[in-house]
Design a protein. Structure first.
Length: 497
């Protein structure tokens, strides 16, 4: 860590927050992946299909739950203590009321939704159980926003890591006891409750009876486009699963859901890290264009160095990886993974555009680009939906790539960063990853006579060594800069509770 940066400064808090948020997100994704792999050996594919559909519903409802108030509060500058209490209490009552109403609506509509998805037996009670998440998360919105505004990301990460451990233990234990799909549902509910209680305690915030129509109007003025964007973003992550579940049934949905989760193992934590840490930090320097450009260029470089090779490598070894890790019965998941691995790259790089447009107040443009992506997705799903789950994956990739490309170009222009300069780090990582991909494919074909268990570790090792060599030749300076930044983050200090 730079000796000139103190833990109590904004820069120190951001570095410390990056460290613990990254640790939390990486732990979450790998713990969730590990849990899924274990559960894949215990539960049935229809069990996974039920939970995938239930989580798709809750994702759509969660997009509505804070109507953009949380980010609007974080972006709001120069609030004194009294104004902050007024804004947070108003946010609490509005968000709480919305969550209660959505829980009641969701609980009541669950049987009708289950009737529509007639190929998913036992969906109604699973849906009703999952909707309880809305009541739990109603309590966490304001405390989390307060900690984000204070740049106290270590505290948020502490709650998440406790939740991760609890989810893993509960889900596997309940699965071994024969709870089936409910093991995942109850594990999720228990972990989210523990996480929420910790965040509430660490924020030190308590609601009052204060309600201000003016504060609600001001928050909604900024947040309404974020609300719409969140809804569109959630629907883009839900529609594909609903199409698969309705047309192809629970087994196909189990394959697709696990493939999607595997391929977003890297992109989801990166999106969470960037949105949680970068957005509040950029909001504080929203009037300093050169500083924003430097921060964004660093983010693009770091994200590309990590996600591009991971996605290329996963696509190259998809068949062997699925067979070895999930078991031979999950082999039909392999072709879906090969397509969705590319989606992981697009989602990771695209995650950089949201905090740029949010921090600079261009939330309307963010909403319009999400609307474009949703329209493309519907059109492509109508075309590819006649095929199998691989076709749905192609539709998701095509729509997401098109929308994110437009959004990325606009975001670069909005901060005065030339598109060529912004895209250069991505291009260099793509070049190195392409060389790696070719080397892995050659290795796979050369070792075709070996079993998947024998071939997979050799292919992975070849991929790592090839990418390292290609990066040294094509992208050495960016790698050195990123490693220096990682060192500063690892040495940063701050508070976890």
């Amino acid at each position: 860590m730079d000796p000139g940066i103190h833990a109590d400064s904004d820069a120190g808090k951001v570095q410390f927050g990056l460290k613990w948020t990254a640790l939390s997100m990486v732990l979450f994704r790998f713990a969730r992946l590990g849990t899924t792999i274990v559960l894949a050996r215990i539960l049935t594919k229809p069990d996974f299909g039920l939970v995938t559909m239930a989580m798709a519903f809750i994702m759509a409802f969660q997009a509505l739950r804070d109507i953009g108030f949380g980010p609007a509060f974080v972006q709001r500058k120069d609030l004194d203590a009294e104004e902050e209490q007024t804004f947070t209490s108003t946010m609490f009552w509005v968000v709480g009321a919305i969550n209660v109403v959505m829980f009641l609506v969701g609980y009541a509509m669950a049987p009708y939704a289950a009737t529509y998805f007639d190929k998913l037996d036992g969906l109604a009670p699973i849906l009703q159980g999952v909707f309880c998440l809305l009541l739990i998360e109603a309590l966490s919105t304001v405390p989390t926003a307060i900690l984000q505004k204070r740049l106290e990301f270590g505290m948020i990460a502490t709650g998440e890591m406790v939740g991760i451990v609890l989810h893993t233990v509960l889900s596997i234990a309940l699965a071994l006891l024969g709870f089936g799909a409910w093991s995942i549902v109850l594990g999720t509910l228990g972990s989210r409750l523990a996480q929420t209680l910790l965040v509430v305690r660490m924020s030190g915030w308590r609601p009052t009876r204060t309600f201000s129509a003016h504060a609600a109007k001001e928050l909604f003025g900024f947040g309404r486009y974020l609300w719409g964007n969140s809804l569109l973003g959630a629907s883009s992550k839900v529609v594909d699963k609903m199409v698969v579940g309705k047309i192809l049934g629970d087994t196909a949905l189990g394959y697709y859901g696990n493939a999607y989760n595997l391929c977003t193992t890297a992109s989801k934590p990166i999106f969470s890290i960037i949105l949680r840490v970068t957005f509040p930090a950029l909001s504080r320097i929203q009037d300093d264009a050169p500083a924003i450009r430097r921060a964004i260029l660093t983010a693009i470089t770091s994200v590309s160095l990590v996600t591009v090779p991971l996605s290329f490598g996963l696509s190259a070894v998809a068949t062997d990886f699925v067979t070895v890790v999930y078991g031979p019965s999950w082999a039909p998941m392999g072709p879906i993974v090969q397509i969705l691995a590319a989606y992981g790259i697009v989602a990771s790089v695209g995650s950089i555009t949201s905090p740029i447009l949010m921090a600079t107040g261009r939330v309307r443009n963010l909403f319009y680009y999400s609307l474009l992506g949703q329209a493309l997705m519907v059109a492509l799903f109508l075309w590819f939906g006649r095929y199998d789950a691989v076709g749905i994956a192609c539709g998701l990739l095509g729509a997401t790539f098109s929308a994110e490309l437009f959004a990325f170009c606009f975001a670069m222009r909005s901060i005065g960063l030339p598109l060529r300069q912004g895209a250069a780090p991505i291009a260099r990582s793509l070049a190195a990853a392409t060389i790696m991909y070719a080397a892995v494919l050659v290795t796979e074909r050369t070792l075709a006579t070996l079993t998947p268990l024998q071939r997979l570790p050799i292919s992975v090792l070849v991929g790592i060594l090839t990418y390292a060599a290609a990066t040294f030749l094509l992208n050495r300076r960016a790698a050195q800069t990123s490693l220096k930044g990682v060192k500063g983050v690892l040495l940063s200090k701050g508070r976890l509770a």
